[in-house]
Design a protein around this ligand. Structure first.
Ligand code: DGT
Ligand code: CA
Ligand code: CA
Ligand code: ZN
Length: 571
């Protein structure tokens, strides 16, 4: 049991006491004990097991006994009782961004003791009238409720990037800070992020903590300790604005590599790593690994006879075994991409012309760009009639005659019609350099219908690749019901490629299915689905998914050179 787990249990007791109306001294004693344990350099568990917990600053004999019980039995009876006796409604209210135990208690005292009542009270303006609340707090709670409802409190990776980038840059400029990184799910490049975890190396934690608590727009400082500060950051603007929690941990330069590994997670990966250390008679935690002074994560892995495991793979999904046998894949990198195939222009619903898109692709160092505007039935997106298809072909041929060492490929994003047929005659389909087939309509079909529909399209000889495979919108919409395993099998049989749609609001195939696709030998294409010049660079989010899926350069079609692509497409 790590110090932070012990600290979490103590602080949970403090919070539950506050929720139950206990004020002042008693609840605070648990919170400050939690901070002491958290700040302790050596392991409390080891001390307890050695029978000498010793003195911990700010912890009296009652709390010492509880810590011993927790370490030796895995639980504290008082905590179990508090959990059992606290109404579930109050615990759920605690999850609302901006609501701490004291506020939840005050709401409960006004008869508001679950999320439904809270929502209703906000709608009726009653929360604003409670002592200590006010209109602004009520508005924050309303926003928090909406977000909780919609997203379970998570944000998309691109939103998290936009928040975290400037914070890391700012932390690196704080005097005395030698290292600063964003860790957690963001560093593992998960598609959504539950909260932000920052880590800093500095001899003195104070300046970094001060800078963090003073970040622009900080809605609330949830906790402020010697090594950990937690704040709520604003996300977005207007009625959909919400907040996300961000933690900053400050450690010494010596601790930094260990803390970086710990805070990057995942929890499951950490657990497996700790187990491996234990098997070798070593102890691993966020501050160190017995008998080592590692200067980097790579040295920590090496100390456990492992290859370096990239953060994206740290999900306890076979990466440790592969690192042991030195058989981790060499993961694809952004610089491996030479082009992309699913992009729109002003001919359909894009914002840039063919030439503008071509120039933007060249600026990214691409050797080619595939244009796949919408097909004729998608009239809301100005889908191309057969005549306009032919006109676009002439335009592309004319541009290609001018380019040196660059080529536009003429494709189409062809709608898969409700019965699985395609949106043009076979002659026209065969005239394209390639075809991306996508479902855009009739999401209300049954799972069987959609699956059969997609599989029929995959088997069409002119279809090169399947476009956004599920129709999901991350944190917004589930997508159409489809048997992805059956789709993947059909694609493998037909030799049809599948795209990773790199739009951060889509990211489909997801990493689990992209990995399965690789196992089935299906070529993957990383497509930005760009509707403007600056969206071509979104391929980086597709690279994130591909890396989490263990893909190498060879697994991805658009790492091929222009000549190689021409040979495959026979153009
Ligand atoms: P998130 O925030 O839900 O998107 O996911 P993470 O992975 O960022 O999780 P978070 O923020 O709860 O914790 C950050 C890292 O800290 C996590 O990836 C691993 C480490 N960590 C947190 N809690 C535990 C724990 O109970 N045990 C272990 N071994 N590691 C933990
Ligand atoms: Ca996190
Ligand atoms: Ca966290
Ligand atoms: Zn598209």
């Amino acid at each position: 049991m790590t110090n932070s787990q012990i600290a979490a249990a103590l602080s949970e007791i403090g919070t539950l006491l506050e929720l139950q109306g206990e004020t002042g001294f008693r609840a605070n004693a648990y919170h400050s004990a939690a901070r002491s344990v958290d700040n302790l350099g050596d392991e409390v568990e080891a001390r307890v097991r050695a029978g000498q917990l010793g003195s911990i600053p700010g912890i009296g004999s009652t709390l010492r006994e509880k810590i011993e019980t927790l370490v030796l039995t895995g639980s504290i009876p008082q905590l179990e009782e508090l959990r059992a006796s606290t109404p579930v409604g109050l615990l759920q209210m605690l999850r609302v961004p901006g609501l701490g135990p004291k506020k939840v208690r005050a709401l409960a005292d006004s008869g508001i003791d679950d999320l439904a009542k809270l929502k209703q009270a906000c709608d009726e303006g009653r929360v604003a009238k409670i002592k200590g609340f006010g209109a602004k707090t009520q508005e924050n709670i309303t926003n928090g409720l909406a977000f909780l409802d919609k997203a379970g409190g998570r944000i998309r990776i691109d939103t998290a990037d936009q928040l975290a980038g400037p914070i890391v840059a700012l932390l690196r400029k704080v005097p005395g800070v030698t290292r600063a990184e964003a860790c957690g799910s963001l560093r593992r490049r998960k598609e959504t992020v539950g909260d932000l975890d920052f880590l800093v190396a500095a001899a003195e934690p104070g300046p970094a903590m001060d800078a963090f608590a003073a970040l622009p727009g900080v809605a609330d400082v949830i906790a402020r300790g010697d090594t950990l500060t937690s704040v709520l950051l604003p996300v977005g603007h207007g009625p959909r604005a919400t907040t996300i929690r961000a933690d900053l941990r400050v450690v010494s330069a010596e601790q930094f590599p260990y803390a970086l590994h710990h805070l990057t997670g995942s929890k499951e990966h950490n657990k497996a790593m700790r187990g491996r250390a234990q098997d070798r008679g070593m102890k691993m935690n966020e501050y160190g690994l017995t008998g080592t002074t590692c200067a980097s994560e790579a040295e920590i892995f090496a100390a456990l006879d492992l290859e370096f495991i990239p953060p994206e793979l740290r999900e306890d999904a076979g990466e440790i075994a592969a690192a042991e046998s030195k058989s981790l894949p060499k993961l694809i990198e952004l610089s491996d991409l030479r082009g992309a195939f699913h992009n729109h222009t002003t001919a359909s619903d894009g914002a840039a012309t063919l030439l503008q898109m071509a120039e933007a692709a060249q600026e990214l160092g691409f050797q080619y760009l595939g244009i796949a505007d919408h097909s004729q039935s998608l009239q809301v997106a100005r889908g191309l009639s057969p005549e306009r298809v032919r006109a676009q072909r002439e335009e592309i041929d004319a541009l290609n005659a001018e380019f040196e060492d660059f080529r536009l490929f003429h494709g189409i994003e062809c709608d898969i019609l409700p019965d699985g047929s395609l949106d043009y005659d076979d002659d026209i389909l065969a005239s394209f350099d390639y075809v991306v087939a996508s479902v855009h309509t009739h999401f209300n079909q049954s799972r069987e219908e959609v699956t059969a529909r997609v599989i029929r399209a995959i088997r069409h000889p002119s279809v090169t690749m399947l476009g956004h495979a599920t129709g999901r919108l991350i944190l917004q919409r589930e997508g159409y019901p489809v048997d992805l395993d059956a789709v993947l099998k059909a694609a493998a049989e037909a030799g049809t490629m599948i795209e990773i749609n790199a739009q951060p609001k889509r990211l489909e195939l997801d990493w689990v299915h992209a990995r399965r696709a690789k196992e089935l030998g299906i070529p993957i294409v990383i497509n930005p689905d760009a509707h403007a010049t600056d969206e071509i660079a979104l391929v980086s989010y597709g690279i994130d998914v591909a890396r989490r899926a263990w893909l190498t350069k060879d697994d991805v079609f658009n790492t091929k050179t222009r000549r190689q692509v021409e040979a495959v497409l026979r153009v």
